[in-house]
Design a protein around this ligand. Structure first.
Ligand SMILES: [Zn+2]
Ligand SMILES: [Zn+2]
Length: 233
């Protein structure tokens, strides 16, 4: 799988079975998530593919602290000096590099399916977090990211709404592997359902997932059909 443009200004960077997203703005480049370990060369290739140098990656924002989202982070920060952002509840996992809080497999999914992307005893290279994210804040970079706390899959998970492109980065609130669906597991299923409904109530155009294909347009309509109020009963 190659790097590809999702919407203007957003590149999907494949990081093994997980996605990262590279956002190009006037004030530099921002990366959302850092995939599995050993995938930093894919990010560096994507940066150079835009005609940029590695030190132009200014920000690395994490949707949450799972190993498949922070795996290459330390290596990326070493080469780029990017500033790192994460919700406080997940910072201890990132800064220790594991172990990770356990999840229960999503309803209908066998434990083996959950273990495919995640194992609590996994260890990855720790990454220091420079700035804790606050629910409801607008990060004033790359034109503005709205930070939405979306616990359930992971207590410190956030979704990020990039204002200029009206693209929502959902992390693992949902996956889009074989159609829109649940993540592999939940720390707290009720919280996870509430977060899915919360995102389905927002208005946005494009959506990027930690796992699976992005949606380039009319994404909020599809989210509402799947998780909106009328189907929540
Ligand atoms: Zn996760
Ligand atoms: Zn994930």
């Amino acid at each position: 799988m190659a790097v590809k443009c999702v919407i203007e200004g957003v590149q999907l960077v494949p990081m093994g079975m997980a996605n990262a997203f590279l956002i190009e703005a006037d004030d530099g480049l921002a990366l959302i998530d850092a995939g599995f370990p050993g995938k930093q060369a894919t990010v560096f290739g994507a940066i150079r593919g835009l005609g940029r140098s590695l030190d132009q990656l200014k920000h690395l924002i994490f949707t949450h602290g799972h190993p498949d989202h922070i795996g290459s982070a330390a290596a990326i920060v070493r080469e780029t000096g990017a500033r790192t952002y994460m919700h406080p509840l997940d910072i201890p996992m990132a800064e220790s590099g594991g172990p990770f809080r356990p999840m229960r497999a999503a309803p209908g999914l066998l434990r083996q399916g959950c273990n495919l992307l995640f194992h609590p005893d996994e260890r990855v290279e720790p990454v220091a977090i420079d700035q804790p994210l606050t629910a409801g804040e607008i990060l004033p970079l790359a034109g503005g990211f709205e930070v939405i706390h979306t616990p359930g899959h992971c207590a410190g998970q956030v979704a990020l709404l990039w204002r200029p492109g009206r693209m929502l980065f959902v992390g693992d609130v949902y996956m889009n592997l074989m159609g829109l669906g649940d993540p592999v597991g939940f720390e707290n299923l009720n919280d996870g359902r509430a977060s899915q409904r919360k995102l389905a109530s927002l208005s946005f155009n494009a959506a990027g997932f930690g796992h699976g294909a992005p949606i380039a347009r009319d994404a909020s309509t599809r989210f509402r059909d799947e998780w909106g109020e009328k189907s929540a009963a």
